[in-house]
Design a binder for this molecule. Structure first.
Ligand code: PLP
Length: 364
């Protein structure tokens, strides 16, 4: 699905040097590279603050902790997402309220957002699934009418541009807080776990940084209940190298997506990803909706073509979060989505082999 080693080989000298520098200085925790990365990230995204942390799940948890919510307060999340989005809500004693998603964009359905709002609704976490943003103008409008906090889960759309009230800005900087993951396969990935939190609010930035640091602004003096969530210096050094290449990486993914589109057109049983006009698509995943999905996946596997199902089960059907509500779109997507290999090193030859195999399957 990804070729992290191939990507590393192209930047080997720079990466090796950056890692070596950390080892030589031996400032493995909170080294100068961490501060530098925070500053480069906020420059790149055009937001006031970036605060690195240990992973994307922590980023979401710390974001929720900074909102000072009370047990039982409700947080709205799309039903069709990675578990981390819902997990952190439940973990903090808050109530995840799942809403269905849009069948074409896979992002949360904004009509369903309005309908799900109750007196206890305090926040919403839109997820920019697969690399394309949810409709932030509509989400922010509804949220501001009801005084609801917006935390963008931008783990999959780092670097995407999103339209917000006629202007364009980077994904993760529109909501009150944005969160991302630097998991190795992400568009900006490190060589282990990593994450970051973004905000334009002075107050929130102070609290977010404090919570991520055991609730301390001054060492051994703890003003808030916090967690230990640090990005280590080695990962920051690696990300500083890779951040310089992010636009190149995004272009490579977008070019591969265009090739897939062309190669897959005119197959009735295959629906290629829909693009919206309010967001660019940075193709963390290239995800199809297909007929006879499970058989197709087996057929491709028999030819050594990896594919993945993101995600086979919606939140409301997970044993830990079961509800009796109906999620028609999410349930349908769980049966139909199939993600093809997508990364910066993909070649046209590989893509032709994959798409020829898909054509062969549907001709049988
Ligand atoms: C949508 C979404 N949210 C949150 C996360 C959590 O990130 P991490 O794995 O860095 O904790 C991921 C990572 O896979 C994700 O895809």
């Amino acid at each position: 699905m990804v070729d992290l080693h191939g990507q590393y080989l192209k930047i080997k000298d720079e990466i090796d040097e950056a890692i070596q520098e950390v080892i030589e200085s031996s400032t493995f925790i909170n080294g100068p590279q961490v501060k530098q990365l925070n500053s480069r990230l906020s420059d790149y995204l055009g937001c006031k603050y970036a605060i690195c942390c240990a992973n994307g799940t922590d980023a979401l948890q710390i974001a929720l902790m900074a909102l000072n919510l009370n047990p039982g307060d409700e947080v709205i999340v799309p039903d069709f997402t990675f578990i981390a989005t819902a997990e952190v809500i439940a973990l903090l004693g808050l109530k995840p309220v799942f809403i269905d998603v849009h069948p074409e964009t896979f992002a949360l359905d904004t009509d369903k957002f309005s309908k799900a709002i109750s007196k206890r609704t305090k926040a919403i976490i839109p997820v920019h699934l697969y690399g394309q943003c949810a409709n932030m103008s509509e989400i922010m409008k509804i949220a501001s009418e009801h005084a609801i906090f917006v935390i963008e889960d931008n783990a999959q759309a780092f670097g995407a541009d999103v339209q917000f009230n006629d202007a364009w800005q980077k994904a993760g900087t529109v909501g009150h807080i944005g969160c991302t993951s630097f998991f190795p396969s992400k568009n900006l990935g490190c060589y282990g776990d990593g994450g970051a939190i973004f905000t334009n609010s002075d107050n929130l930035a102070e609290d977010l940084a404090c919570i991520a640091n055991h609730g301390a602004k001054v060492k051994y003096y703890h003003d808030m209940v916090g967690v230990n969530s640090r990005l280590d210096t080695m990962q920051a050094a690696i990300l500083l190298v890779k951040l310089k290449k992010i636009e190149e990486y995004i272009k490579a993914r977008q070019e591969s997506a265009r090739q897939y589109d062309t190669l897959l057109k005119n197959i009735d049983q295959v629906k290629i990803p829909v693009r919206v006009d309010y967001s660019t698509h940075v193709f963390h995943q290239y995800t199809l909706k297909v007929e006879r999905r499970d058989d197709l996946q087996k057929f491709l596997a028999s030819k050594n073509i990896p594919t993945m199902i993101y995600y086979p089960v919606g939140m409301h059907n997970q044993n830990a979060y079961k509800t009796n509500n109906i999620f028609e779109v999410s349930d349908n997507l769980c049966k139909k989505v199939l993600s093809l290999p997508m990364h910066t090193e993909l070649t046209l030859n590989q893509q032709e082999f994959i798409t020829d195999s898909i054509k062969e399957f549907y001709k049988k």
